[in-house]
Structures are given as structure tokens and as C-alpha cells.
Ligand binder design. Structure first.
Ligand SMILES: Cc1cc2nc3c(=O)[nH]c(=O)nc-3n(C[C@H](O)[C@H](O)[C@H](O)COP(=O)(O)OP(=O)(O)OC[C@H]3O[C@@H](n4cnc5c(N)ncnc54)[C@H](O)[C@@H]3O)c2cc1C
Length: 478
């Protein structure tokens, strides 16, 4: 039997495109090497306790948001609840809350980082976000030079409207805008830009920075039952999902792809890769496909994550998300800040009453971990785990004896489980902008790509936008 579409990788990208194709009546098979779906956005069990592997926040599921659109298109409502405040940011003795409401947040930021230009700045951030998400019709193709240029022209309304924010780096723009800013306030902004744009303000334009700073003005959501449950529900109408099925080799004969997997051979007319661009070439034998993927390997910035997982038994009430900011880049990392997420007290699937599951992540470089001997690796992992644990305890008032379980994941851990060490995908930096980035179609017939290393970058909104773009390419509507 020859399948119409095989999708390799059940991350957000693979799940979204599989669900969209299935909803349109196409024959699809979704293949995932792990026992459950989600990849960076999965939920796993450790000693019987459940943890979100990486992603903990859903943005883009607000009324009219792109993530809501994918669920509406496939006719499924995920089990999510609203998160407000979106983040509580702790820097030194300041505790600044990112309320969704613009006016309420301006009062907050003025109290902690007084400056007469906050209203103007944050209103601009808010306005750019609203304006960007109201523009439709743009797409991005990589099928041929002609299609690339044509698709870039579809972005003209964005260029025309926002050109003054597209050139030059965001850091310079911010300093010019405010006149004077303290290094502390710049760190406050940078920490928030980094978790969305995957780069700091000196590497991105102000438009990207504004979209990153402004996402909390839209409603964000908490996934009940864990982030993995959201991917599972998104794909719940798909008749065939193969989990614990690893693809080990892919060949292409004329117009048919043959996948060798741990559960047998699968043949398909169209293949959609939901794996990272930096890993995909290894499975193909066709030299032109290998070359296609290898061309993009130079975009690999080796950025990754170190993640601390904890179970805490405490009567203290915690918000869903905190960001702790330090004065210095933390040892063995690339960042001054850690993002700490708590399970919701009502989420009994994630944790029994009185317990929280915590996922705390910080940016690191893959190479900080891969060059070490076994002993060095173990010692460095333990040192960073202890450091983060103590910092979280100090800043959030957790008692050490309230921690009933604690363990960590490095880039190598992610490599072992989901076949990728670079995490966070392609950052949309000044040096790394659209014409240079891979798209969701390719010059190879029947081969498509989704996920955070392709257009339109990372997180729920970016990856889902890429899945819609992929549908557009498949349907030839451009
Ligand atoms: C620590 C961390 C925190 C984050 N926090 C957030 C957040 O709060 N909110 C947010 O929106 N985003 C967040 N992100 C980003 C977001 O999680 C990712 O951008 C997104 O999940 C990537 O999706 P993807 O489709 O690229 O697939 P991936 O997550 O990369 O999944 C790829 C899948 O392919 C499978 N696979 C690989 N090789 C094979 C093979 N040979 N055969 C079969 N299957 C294979 C893997 O097992 C995996 O499941 C975070 C990321 C990290 C790392």
C-alpha cells in the first residue's frame, strides 16, 4: 500500500500538519519515535511523576489567534485554561508582573523601572502586535528561485507598514527611543525577548523584539493534563498514528519515498519531515536531498536548553510562570534568566493535591556539554542543577525539604530522546532573515518540512503558522 502522506515526527509541527491534512480528507500516517507525541512540547513520566519536557505556555490560542485556528479547523477543543498574569518577573528585589491588560502593566512597569516614556514604548509594542496579526495572505516558499521571490512579494504589506522597525538592531532602537535606560531595564527586556525570539535585542530588529515583548498582551493558556495532551488532542481524529516507531532510513525512487522504520516499511507519495533541519539529512540516501538539508546546517547556532524538573510539596500558592533574572550570565549557560513553570493546583493529572510539578529552563550551548568527558559532564550537570534549584528556592520561597524530586536534562538528553540537540529552532535574527531560511516546501517533489527550524520559527504560533504555510504549498494556493 502506498500512503498519500507520511509525516515523520510528532512535535507541534508534525501534529499540526497531520491534523490539517486529515481534516481535509487526505490519507495520512504520523510516525513518532517516542511513546507519546509532542517532542519539545511533550509530557513524560519520571518515577510515576509527570513533567512537561520543555514547552509550558500556549500563546496564539486567544480569540482569532493562529493556534486557535488550527484547532477550529480540525474541530477539536483542547483542554486549556487562561493564564493571567502571563509571567511574574523577578529581578533583584523587584517583582514585576506581566499582566495582559496594557494599562495595568504600564502601572506595574512604571513602579519598578520608572521612566516617562513607558506609556509610549509599551503602547507601540502593543500596537505593532495587533497590526501584525491582522495582516493575512503572506506566505513563504522555497520550491524555486521564482517561487521564493514571488512569496517574498506577498510579505510586501508587512514591509510597507513596518519598514522603519525592520532595519538596525532592537537594542539601539530601544536606547534611542528611551534616551536613557538602565542596564537593569535592558536585562529585563532582553530576558523576555530571548525566550520568544531565541536571540537578544542586539541580534534582532525592533519588529521581532516588539512581537516578543508583546505576546503577553494576548491571552496565553495553560494545558490541563500537560502540554503533550494538547498534541494528543489535536491529532485525535487521525486514524493512524504510529508511536514508538523510529524512522531509520529513507530512500526515494522516482516519485515514491520508502521509509525503513522500527515497525516495518512504509511507502508514500508525499513525505513531510517534522524533524529538525539539522538532523534530517542523516536519514536520506538521495544525494540531492542530503545536499538540500546540509545547505541549511550552517544556520545551526547550537543554541539549546538546560532543563530542571522538580516536584514540590507545599501549601504555598504559585502562579503558572516566573522568570528570574540575574546580573550575570549563569555558568554553563548563555543567559541571565531562567523560566520557571508550575503545574496548576487544579491539574490532578499532572500532580496530586498539594504538589506542584516544575519545569525550569535556561538557554545553553550544545557544545558546552558535548565536549566533556563522562565525569566532567556529570559534575557540570549536577552543579547547574544545584545552582538553579537553590536560586529558585531563594527567589520563590521554596524550602529545600519541600522538593521531593529533582533531576535535569541537558542538550544531550534531548538528543537521546527526540533526536535533536539544537533547541528553539531558527531565530529570526538580522543575520538570519527570511530569504536565507528554509520554508515548508522544498525543490524536491513531494518533500515538505514543518517545525521550528523552518518558516515561521519556534513555539506554538510560529510552528503552527508554518503548518498552515505548508498546507498552502501543498494546495498550490499561492
Ligand atoms: C526548554 C524549552 C521550553 C520551551 N517553551 C515553550 C513554551 O513555553 N511555549 C511555546 O510555544 N514553545 C516553547 N518552546 C518551543 C517549542 O517547544 C518548540 O519550538 C516546538 O515544540 C518545536 O516543535 P517541532 O514541530 O519543531 O518538533 P520537535 O519538538 O522538534 O519534535 C520533533 C519530533 O520528531 C520526533 N523524531 C525525531 N526523529 C525521528 C525519527 N527518526 N523517527 C520518528 N520520529 C522522530 C521526535 O521524537 C520529536 O517528537 C520551548 C522549547 C524548549 C526546548
Amino acid at each position: 500500500m502506498i500512503r498519500e502522506y507520511a509525516i515523520i515526527g510528532g512535535g507541534i509541527g508534525g501534529c499540526s500538519i497531520a491534523a490539517l491534512l486529515n481534516a481535509k480528507g487526505h490519507d495520512v500516517v504520523l510516525i513518532e519515535k517516542e511513546p507519546s507525541l509532542g517532542g519539545c512540547a511533550s509530557t513524560f513520566s519520571h518515577g510515576g511523576n509527570r513533567y512537561n519536557a520543555g514547552a509550558t505556555t500556549i500563546s496564539g490560542y486567544h480569540e482569532g489567534g493562529i493556534v486557535r485556528r488550527v484547532f477550529e479547523t480540525v474541530g477539536i477543543t483542547p483542554d486549556v485554561i487562561s493564564t493571567d498574569p502571563a509571567i511574574t518577573i523577578i529581578q533583584g528585589d523587584k517583582k514585576c508582573v506581566r499582566y495582559r491588560d496594557l494599562e495595568r502593566f504600564i502601572v506595574e512597569v512604571e513602579a519598578f523601572y520608572p521612566h516617562p516614556k513607558h506609556r509610549e514604548f509599551w503602547t507601540l509594542v502593543h500596537t505593532l502586535g495587533v497590526a501584525f496579526y491582522s495582516i493575512e495572505g503572506h506566505y513563504y516558499s522555497n520550491r524555486s528561485g521564482f517561487m521564493k521571490i514571488r512569496s517574498l512579494l506577498s510579505l510586501y504589506p508587512i514591509l510597507k507598514r513596518f519598514w522603519r522597525y525592520l532595519f538596525g538592531n532592537a537594542r539601539d532602537f530601544i536606547i534611542r527611543f528611551y534616551g536613557t535606560v538602565t542596564p537593569e531595564y535592558l536585562d529585563f527586556l532582553d530576558a523576555q525577548i530571548l525566550i520568544v525570539a531565541q536571540a537578544k535585542s542586539e541580534k534582532v530588529n525592533f519588529f521581532t523584539a516588539a512581537l516578543s515583548l508583546g505576546y503577553t498582551f494576548n491571552e496565553t493558556h495553560y494545558p490541563l493534563g500537560g502540554m503533550g495532551a494538547v498534541c494528543t488532542s489535536l491529532t485525535s481524529n487521525i486514524p493512524e498514528i504510529l508511536t514508538e516507531c523510529e524512522v531509520t532510513a529513507i530512500t526515494k525512487d522516482t516519485n515514491i519515498y520508502t521509509l525503513s522504520t522500527s515497525k516495518g516499511t512504509i511507502r508514500c507519495k508525499n513525505l513531510i519531515m517534522g524533524t529538525s533541519h539539522y538532523e534530517s539529512s542523516q536519514w536520506f540516501s538521495d544525494p540531492s536531498i542530503k545536499q538540500y538539508y546540509q545547505k541549511y546546517e550552517k544556520l545551526n547556532n547550537h543554541q539549546s536548553a538546560f532543563v530542571l524538573y522538580m516536584t514540590i510539596k507545599t501549601p504555598t500558592q504559585y502562579h503558572h510562570h516566573y522568570q528570574l533574572i540575574s546580573d550575570e550570565v549563569l555558568p554553563h549557560t548563555l543567559s541571565k534568566s531562567v523560566f520557571v513553570s508550575f503545574s496548576d493546583p487544579s491539574d490532578s493529572f499532572m500532580a496530586p493535591a498539594g504538589y506542584y510539578r516544575v519545569t525550569a529552563s535556561i538557554h545553553t550551548d550544545t557544545r558546552f556539554w558535548t565536549v566533556l568527558s563522562k565525569t566532567q559532564y556529570h559534575d557540570q550537570k549536577k552543579a547547574l542543577q544545584n545552582f538553579l534549584q537553590q536560586w529558585i528556592c531563594d527567589k520563590l520561597g521554596v524550602q529545600n525539604e519541600e522538593i521531593t524530586e529533582s533531576f535535569a536534562a541537558t542538550p544531550k538528553t534531548f538528543g537521546r530522546y527526540i533526536h535533536r540537540t539544537q533547541l528553539g529552532g531558527n531565530a529570526l535574527t538580522l543575520a538570519n532573515f527570511l530569504p536565507r531560511l528554509p520554508a515548508n516546501d522544498t525543490p524536491i517533489k513531494g518533500l515538505y518540512q514543518v517545525g521550528d527550524t523552518a518558516y515561521a520559527a519556534q513555539g506554538w504560533p510560529g510552528v503552527v503558522m508554518g503548518a498552515f504555510n505548508c498546507m498552502r504549498m501543498i494546495n498550490g494556493k499561492h
